[in-house]
Design a protein. Structure first.
Length: 243
């Protein structure tokens, strides 16, 4: 039986990223062009003296949606890499675009459920997050529909949610710490050395892209392992849905 361990999942995920770093970064930049444009606009505000030192919710929302579209493309790339094959940028984009609408709708519904959980209390939000962790891979590979994707994710993650929580904690903890440090530097630079803000904002966007890429890869690896453990599906059978 396959060993579902945090170390194994992270190790293979970083290995997949390393083997496909060029193509995955290209995909990340392409699908985060709206976020990059917002950085340009923000820098223009700063240079003109119209920035008040705060950022709106819009960039974060666009980044989240871009991350979900990126996930749709990278799930295919990750499945191919697990199969021992390399997926080109064009094919990844093709698969992502075909599945874009159900992926976005699934992501929105799952996101709302997680937000409601966090509004009620932090713990329910974390539980919902672990339950729905593979909803996007399900939407990409199995394409059962929005609510069915959420239900299927709940089925697959059952019995493995504490380990999935460990993964989420590591990913969110590392991303949160990095974002905090960069945000702190941006705020300080605004008052002390405005000329350095551009570099910091580009660094923040770059980190956001890398985190989104790794998050998509990890979710795909988790989905693959859960399908192998619970359904007895091998990687060739999993990849066959894209043929």
């Amino acid at each position: 039986m396959m060993d579902f361990s945090i170390g194994s999942i992270l190790g293979r995920s970083f290995s997949i990223f390393g083997k496909n770093i060029a193509s995955f970064l290209v995909l990340g930049v392409l699908l985060h062009l709206p976020s990059i444009y917002i950085v340009f606009d923000l820098l223009a505000q700063i240079e003109s003296g119209n920035w008040d030192g705060e950022t709106s919710f819009l960039p974060r929302l666009i980044g989240l949606l871009s991350g979900q579209l990126l996930a749709a493309t990278l799930i295919y790339g990750t499945v191919m890499e697990l199969r021992g094959m390399h997926a080109g940028v064009g094919k990844c984009i093709q698969v992502g675009l075909v599945r874009a609408l159900p992926v976005l709708l699934t992501a929105i519904v799952a996101g709302l459920a997680i937000v409601v959980g966090f509004v009620l209390l932090i713990v329910p939000g974390i539980i919902v997050m672990t339950i729905l962790y593979v909803a996007i891979p399900v939407a990409v590979v199995e394409r059962p529909g929005i609510m069915a994707s959420l239900s299927r994710s709940s089925e697959l993650t059952s019995g493995y949610r504490m380990r999935i929580f460990g993964l989420v904690f590591i990913i969110m903890g590392a991303a949160g710490l990095i974002n905090y440090l960069i945000s702190k530097q941006v705020t300080e630079a605004f008052f002390e050395d405005p000329s350095s803000i551009g570099t910091l904002l580009y660094a923040a966007t770059g980190i956001e892209i890398v985190v989104a890429i790794l998050g998509a890869i990890i979710s795909a690896v988790v989905y693959h392992d859960l399908r192998a453990i619970k359904d007895g599906v091998n990687i060739d059978e999993l990849a066959a849905v894209f043929e």
